[in-house]
Write a protein that binds this ligand. Structure first.
Ligand SMILES: [Zn+2]
Length: 152
């Protein structure tokens, strides 16, 4: 009796990554070439959106896909901008918390003071950078038209 599965050589080019499998869900057949921009809903036939009544665009056209990718990238940039401001505010809150710790300023003078509070500015900059990276990791952007434009 064979207890261990036989090792079969697999052509690595044929393997799908989990990302590819999730990017092509079975409930969104490739026949749905039309898309509603406000709802990001795919549709099989030309006409108007079943939900909002807006005109459907043909996603087979290059200019339509370009438009959708453009909308996605604009949303992504706006989102990054919001995350950046949020990170800066959070970094200031953390810095203010440190400053209120008794003995912090004395320790700072002794260990790592730079002129013009540069050390504190550097700290805030580094913390906000780390926060931005962390929030981007924790809450990844989901492009609305990823299925159509092929972008992630
Ligand atoms: Zn719609």
């Amino acid at each position: 009796m064979r207890l261990l599965p036989r090792l079969v050589p697999v052509d690595a080019g044929e393997l799908l990554t989990a990302r590819q499998i999730f990017a092509a869900p079975s409930y969104a057949p490739r026949m749905q070439h039309f898309i509603c921009v406000p709802c990001a809903l795919p549709a099989a036939a030309e006409g108007s959106c079943a939900r909002c009544g807006d005109v459907l665009l043909d996603a087979r056209r290059d200019d339509v896909r370009e438009l959708l990718a453009d909308i996605d990238s604009r949303h992504r940039r706006a989102r990054e901008q919001r995350l950046l401001w949020l990170s800066i505010v959070l970094a200031f809150v953390i810095a203010a918390g440190l400053w209120s710790i008794p003995g912090f300023w004395a320790a700072r003078r002794y260990y790592f003071a730079l002129p013009l509070l540069l050390d504190q500015l550097l700290m805030i900059g580094l913390v906000s950078f780390a926060m931005m990276k962390l929030t981007a990791k924790l809450f990844p952007a989901r492009p609305r038209f990823a299925g159509v434009t092929g972008s992630e």
